[in-house]
Design a protein around this ligand. Structure first.
Ligand SMILES: Nc1ncnc2c1ncn2[C@@H]1O[C@H](COP(=O)(O)OP(=O)(O)O)[C@@H](O)[C@H]1O
Ligand SMILES: [Mg+2]
Length: 246
């Protein structure tokens, strides 16, 4: 089993879009668990579900097992652990290591080939729980100055968290999103990422495709039906590249 965390503390950087399309694409080749750790529940909506009031992924932080949060999706090989509406990370004491304990205790690796985790745009106990189980972290970023800054901040958060826990650093990849190659600023921002973090960390960019936004309206990820959309092609290529790095 490989666990892929999609993360960036910057909002609106296509974390959820990436997590949903990655999970659905992986479900074509294996059994997948999508964990929605962002209480906004956008990833849950993206696969045709919604937030749970008291039985979502976050309920592991008040004593439930991860398995009892599972709900099926319309995609046969994709299971969802939805977000828990109104869960407040600050109301719940020391949450360190809980997701990792659930993974081991419930032998999650026996049931899934891949776990994909969508995360909130904060560096809090939820993100730390996700990073503790990550084999790989994908950082999607919009190519402009603050996007580049946010990648650096996220990188430091990943390294700091791993060293605090005495863990090895997960395999980190950086995914430029909403890219228009004709815009010089986009090329510049991607160039800066290459120089700062190494070109081997970069994935081929995802272009702008309004269908990637519309898919959330119907809870029907485009990877499953819109064969001709640019978004699906870009995300398929991204997943192929990611699989060679896992
Ligand atoms: N490649 C893309 N082309 C066009 N719109 C996109 C693309 N990727 C994401 N979006 C849109 O950008 C917005 C932010 O994406 P989202 O995945 O919700 O980001 P985050 O989870 O990081 O906040 C959403 O409205 C989404 O539909
Ligand atoms: Mg999101």
């Amino acid at each position: 089993m490989k666990t892929i965390v999609v993360s960036n503390r910057k909002g609106g950087s296509a974390k959820t879009t990436t997590a949903v399309n990655l999970a659905c694409e992986l479900a074509r080749i294996g059994s997948v668990l999508l964990i929605d750790l962002d209480t906004q529940a956008h990833a849950s909506m993206g696969v045709g579900s919604c937030a749970s009031l008291d039985n979502g992924a976050h309920s592991i932080f008040f004593g439930k097992t991860l398995s009892e949060t599972f709900v099926p999706t319309v995609y046969e090989q994709l299971t969802l652990s939805p977000a828990t509406e109104f869960f407040d990370v600050y109301d719940n004491g020391d949450l360190r290591g809980i997701l990792r304990n659930r993974f081991y205790g419930e032998r999650i690796h026996e049931f899934f080939d891949y776990v994909v985790i969508d995360t909130p745009p904060t560096f809090d106990a939820l993100l730390k729980n996700a990073l503790e189980v990550a084999d790989a972290v994908v950082i999607p970023f919009v190519p402009h100055h603050l996007g580049v800054v946010a990648v650096g901040q996220m990188m430091r958060a990943i390294y700091q968290n791993a060293s605090f826990n005495g863990q090895s650093t997960p395999n980190v990849g950086i995914l430029p999103v909403m890219v228009n190659a004709h815009i010089p600023e986009h090329r510049d921002a991607i160039g800066k990422i290459k120089i700062q973090f190494g070109k081997e960390k970069l994935f081929t960019p995802i272009g702008i495709d309004v269908k990637l936004s519309n898919q959330f309206e119907g809870g029907n990820p485009i990877v499953n039906d819109e064969e001709r959309s640019r978004g699906i092609k870009d995300y398929r290529r991204f997943v192929e590249e990611l699989l060679t790095r896992l």
